[in-house]
Design a binder for this molecule. Structure first.
Ligand code: ADP
Ligand code: ZN
Length: 828
């Protein structure tokens, strides 16, 4: 039943450290012992651990509940008071939480048979409510408490044999709940994937093992000769197995095995076994590259932090093509050598076969966690990671919760990416969660990017992070020449009627004729991005959202990109029936049309969420481009990130302004990042590369900085603006969004909540700024009117505490919903 091709767990245990499992057991013994005696023993031990010597290895820190502590625990951990010692009834109590119930914690007595078994992070069954119905709950902590006359119920059963979460992960979960003002139960359900909760891919089964007194039994039994022969084969210490497996081992049918079981030679126990393994074929291993001096310096900086055995964040600012991944790999090798595990976080879109392969050819075991895993696969990976069998975990946002028992390093590539923020409750940012986890577990965090977020960059400037730079591309390759094409001029000259300016078309022709490949970025999907009547001026809008409909040519529909509402593309104006309705604006479909018409000899492929809907199509498209059959790759930002194709000699940005004028304080930063990233897709081979950026705003600082590959100047220009306005990274921010089907009602509730939050600021003397309520930039979505309020303050904790206090009891009218987004990324 157990995986065949797997590392023995001890391989991950460094030679100098004791076996984590045995330590765990003895830790439990400590809990029990001190629990039975008094509080003083336990708290004394806790304190000793905290103060003496270097921080203990991770697995020895099981008992330290750093944060947050209940009132009772705080008393208990710091100054044991007299009543604690005197009280007659000290019992072992598990404090639990219901994932979908009230947000409060509840205490239950731990029955004697589960002393030392029940641990934080484990699920238990408990009686709840007047009717005592059985409910599943997460154990948060186990403490010895004076229960006195308090009538406490007892735990009824265990759901998991082992905790799903380590104590460190339980702490992280609690931190998330506090930081993002999210219900703790919901955070648990986010941290532990559904497939793990449901134990997908396993089934209950009965295992048979040899009875302890089997030898004596066999002597006393009068077995037939044939059965005796079989029975003798049972000895030799095999592990518990199913009846079928026993039969196979003994070379007989299941019937005699059942007979032996009836005689008591074999005893039964229930267990869960995996019904399937999900191993992937091993990849041929490749030798290390020789690092260049910049890479070596970056690696040394990371290794220094690894060897210090303390948490520190290293910001690796390396331009595109500077070889950041090689630095990560070498740092991870070091971590693995010491028997520890590493987590590598990448944007979901970068989880390409190329990325997987780059890690798989350097490490024998790599778990790749992406959003298309089945529940069973996810559970399988989770268990193997939790068993310490997998040294390297590569995954998107939620891989930050990988249950590595011996974490040694977290790496986040493309740390500036907005997709690291989850857009549903809990609205966590994986970078901040990674930081908290790394800090708590005492391991380094490496943040890598060619365009670091201003949040990370400012911290590095202030010395909170170590800044390491890779200012050159590997092997002396130059950065591509970047030039802008002023669309205003082009517009006036009427040199082109399509999406491609004359300059871009000429450059494409040149690149293609010389055998190169071309990437075209247009961050808008669909064919025509707005449909307008020239007679009455009305724009075709979604009736459920305040969004213009986009024409999709393949299906001849007008589609809402937010709610998927669609109608047949009209030939005349639905308002005034004028027959000359106009389809304007460029989307990727129209661009594809134009490119095919102008470059019929070269194969062209479009990549956007419409063309990449089926699973695997993304990988297939990239494979075709890599093979060179496809010469022109065009698409939305999904083609801008992380791709490494040496033959790309031209990148064209069809419209650099799509994100520039969004009502979002990060609009310039996003534009800069996108341009630098997409420009980085070229000049990666011998061929060199060029970039043409079409824009109506060639003088915009973000575009100018991108033209010069000049991060420093961009940051130096943008940071003072943020500071003056109190925006992140200087001030903390929270966003309240209220939505409801009736406009007035939603607005009124937004006003009421905002007023209550403002009163809480005053009451707590938190200096904060409130903007709004105002209609959100997307004022109506799926028949709901949306209002938002922004809160800003230099005092992040005060901001959070006031909002939490003011909103905890908020009761919106029926149909009205509200959310609080801490450190928001999405401002629409
Ligand atoms: P980045 O992530 O910084 O954009 P990559 O890690 O993708 O850069 O590296 C770009 C290319 O350079 C890859 O093909 C990689 O294999 C190669 N490379 C990295 N380091 C070296 C090196 N020291 N010598 C030669 N090639 C290297
Ligand atoms: Zn809609």
């Amino acid at each position: 039943p157990w995986p065949k091709r797997s590392l023995p767990p001890q391989r991950l245990t460094p030679p100098t450290q004791p076996d984590p499992n045995s330590v765990r057991e003895s830790e439990n013994a400590v809990v029990l012992e001190s629990g039975r005696r008094s509080g003083r023993g336990l708290s004394a031990r806790l304190r000793t651990r905290r103060l003496e010597g270097p921080p203990p290895p991770l697995h020895q820190r099981v008992l330290v509940h750093r944060f947050p502590m209940s009132e009772q625990q705080r008393l208990f951990a710091d100054e044991p008071v007299e009543w604690e010692l005197d009280d007659a009834e000290e019992r072992l109590v598990a404090t639990v939480l219901f994932p979908r119930g009230p947000a409060a914690e509840f205490d239950y007595i731990v029955p004697d048979r589960w002393r030392g078994v029940i641990q934080p992070g484990q699920r238990v069954r408990v009686p709840f409510g007047k009717s005592d119905r059985t409910v599943v709950a997460y154990c948060l902590r186990v403490t010895s408490k004076a229960v006195g006359r308090k009538p406490l119920k007892s735990i009824e059963g265990l759901v998991d044999r082992e905790p799903l979460l380590s104590p460190a992960m339980v702490r992280l979960t609690q931190w998330m709940a506090l930081h993002y003002l999210a219900p703790l139960g919901q955070v648990f359900e986010t941290v532990v994937p559904a497939g793990v909760r449901q134990q997908a891919g396993t089934r209950k089964t009965v295992l048979l093992s040899l009875a302890p007194n089997a030898k004596e039994l066999l002597r006393d039994l009068k077995l037939k000769e044939k059965q005796l022969q079989i029975a003798k084969k049972l000895f030799g210490d095999p592990p518990p197995m199913t009846a079928q497996q026993w039969a196979r081992l003994c070379g007989c049918t299941p019937a005699p095995i059942q007979t032996l079981r009836k005689h008591g030679l074999l005893v039964t126990a229930e267990a869960r076994i995996r019904t399937r393994e999900h191993d992937e074929a091993p990849v041929a291993q490749r030798a290390n590259l020789v690092l260049n001096p910049d890479q070596q310096a970056a690696l040394d900086a990371i290794l220094r932090q690894l060897n210090s055995r303390e948490h520190r964040t290293v910001l690796l600012h390396g331009i595109t093509g500077s070889g950041k991944t090689e630095v990560y790999i070498r740092a991870i090798q070091e971590v693995v050598r010491f028997g520890r595990q590493a987590i590598v976080l990448v944007p979901e879109i970068s989880l390409t076969p190329q990325t997987k392969h780059r890690f798989r050819e350097r490490f024998e075991e790599v778990a790749v966690l992406h959003s298309h895993l089945t529940d069973s696969e996810r559970h399988w990976h989770w268990q193997r990671i939790a068993e310490g069998r997998v040294p390297v975990v590569v995954g998107a946002r939620s891989a930050v919760f990988a249950p590595t028992p011996h974490l040694g390093l977290i790496v986040m590539d493309e740390e500036h990416e907005g997709s690291f923020k989850q857009d549903s409750t809990p609205r966590y940012h994986a970078r901040d969660v990674a930081l908290e986890r790394a800090r708590d577990e005492g391991v380094p965090l490496v943040l890598g990017s060619a365009t670091p977020s201003l949040e990370s960059f400012l911290r590095a400037q202030r010395g909170e992070y170590d800044l390491v730079e890779l200012p050159r591309r590997v092997e002396g390759r130059p950065l591509p020449d970047v030039v802008t094409v002023d669309l205003r001029v082009d517009f006036v000259d009427k040199l082109s009627r399509g999406a491609l300016s004359r300059q871009l078309a000429i450059a494409m022709n040149q690149a293609l004729e010389q055998g190169g490949q071309v990437i075209l970025l247009l961050n808008r999907r669909g064919f025509s991005t707005h449909i307008q009547c020239p007679a009455c001026g009305s724009v075709l809008q979604c009736p459920h959202c305040e969004i213009a409909l986009t024409h999709h040519v393949a299906d001849q529909i007008a589609l809402c990109h937010y709610c998927d509402y669609q109608i047949p593309a009209p030939a005349k104006c639905p308002e005034c029936t004028f027959p000359g309705i106009r389809y304007g604006g460029f989307g990727t479909q129209k661009l594809e049309h134009e490119v095919r018409a102008r470059f019929p000899r070269f194969r062209c492929l479009r990549m956007d969420t419409d063309s990449m809907q089926s699973h695997g199509s993304h990988e297939k498209a990239l494979e075709q481009f890599r093979a060179g059959d496809v010469r022109i790759l065009l698409g939305t930002q999904m083609i801008a990130k992380g791709l490494d194709f040496p033959n790309v000699s031209l990148v064209g940005v069809v419209n650099a302004d799509t994100a520039l004028h969004l009502p979002d304080f990060r609009a310039a930063e996003r534009t800069f990042q996108l341009l630098v990233q997409v420009a980085g897709r070229t000049g990666r081979g011998e061929r060199g590369g060029r970039v043409l950026i079409q824009t109506f705003n060639p003088d915009h600082p973000a575009i100018q900085a991108a033209v010069r590959h000049d991060y420093q100047t961009f940051a130096a220009g943008e940071l003072p603006i943020r500071e003056a306005l109190g925006y992140p990274p200087y001030g903390a921010m929270a966003r309240l969004v209220v939505r409801g089907p009736r406009e007035k009602q939603a607005e009124a509730f937004a006003q009421q909540l905002a007023a209550e939050i403002q009163m809480a600021f005053t009451a707590r003397s938190v200096a904060a700024r409130t903007l709004g309520p105002a209609p959100a930039p997307i004022a109506k979505l799926r028949d709901n009117y949306r209002f938002h309020v922004q809160f800003q303050s230099l005092d992040a904790n005060g901001l959070r505490a006031a909002i939490s206090g003011a909103t905890s009891g908020a009761k919106p009218p029926d149909d009205v919903q509200w959310i609080i987004d801490i450190d928001p990324i999405d401002m629409l």
